[in-house]
Design a protein around this ligand. Sequence first.
Ligand SMILES: *Cc1c(COP(=O)(O)O)cnc(C)c1O
Length: 371
Amino acid sequence: MGGAEQAYIQQAFNVNWISTAGPQINQLESRLAAYTQNKHAAVLASGTAALHLALRILGVNAGDSVICQTFTFAGSAFPITYQGATPVFIDSEPGTWNMDPNILEDSLKQITKSSNQQLPKAIIPVHLYGMPAQMDEIRQVAGKYAIPIIEDAAEALGSVYRGRPCGSWGDMGVLSFNGNKIITTSGGGALLSDNRQYIEKARFLATQARDAAPHYQHSEAGYNYRMGNINAAIGLGQMEVLDERVKRKREIWQFYYNELKEIFEFQLPAEKIQVNKSTAKQIRSNRWLTTIITRSFAQREALRQALETENIESRPLWKPMHLQPVFKEAPCFGGGVAEDLFERGLCLPSGTALTEEDLTRIVAIIKRVIR
Ligand SMILES: *Cc1c(COP(=O)(O)O)cnc(C)c1O
């Protein structure tokens, strides 16, 4: 926690708004919309709930397909199955580790060629570990086929792409405030958009889809997906330290990078974008997690186990969705890049509470293993 959270919680108690409405919810929604440069925001029970509502709002139903980055956390893809739709997975490109715009375009060409196949109803790119995906290229392809984009920015609050915040590049954007994210409301998420109707529809569906009537009347199925006002109060406190957290996360990444760049590969902004310096500067990952690519699976495991022996937790990168037993029937275009990242990649300790001493110790252990 940042320090101001309890004061915000006290304010919520003072006005006695404890449940899923209240001034703290309204304030957090305004703050998030302003911070991410969206016109509207709805805070919700989780990032997964936000993604699910986005799919509902776009009319995704049984028999439809939705394109999703394969290299991601399962929370990006599960909501597709809630709607009875099929995920179509797309491989990553080696630089940012996010959705490869060329593979995306190839997949849509192939899908349109086979006569009885309908176009996917939405595209879900992810800014994994906070690294902005190539949104210009992805938007160009999506625009060509008129497919809406749901931007999964769950890991990327505080990241910037071409001078504009992540979460502002899709038809809708999704944030998560789960306990492991850069800021937390204990659990929660948000749906972001410039489209007022989308956000109003999200609030309607999130509160059990109650029609305007004095009695309880429902014309369609709804959900209990709202965030509580006490959680929103925590969120207001967390927003005060967000920029500080991003700064510290980026310092931690820089420390590892300086020490280890000759030994491992790191996740970097897309090269194509770095054509001129001013643009390159405008691409900024929040460096939610520092991640490295080792030489081999064996080396990755040796490192992970050596750290574990010292009671230091590290973890393999996300296992691609197309390799998950639950998604074994789902189509995937490409997949080799994501598989390689999973095989050789490792998340290093990245908590903002790490001291220089901690970091020095971790790096020393890593270098010892490599030698
Ligand atoms: C955390 C996360 C989600 C889901 O958010 P929850 O708030 O945990 O439901 C979705 N996508 C990605 C990429 C995430 O990291």
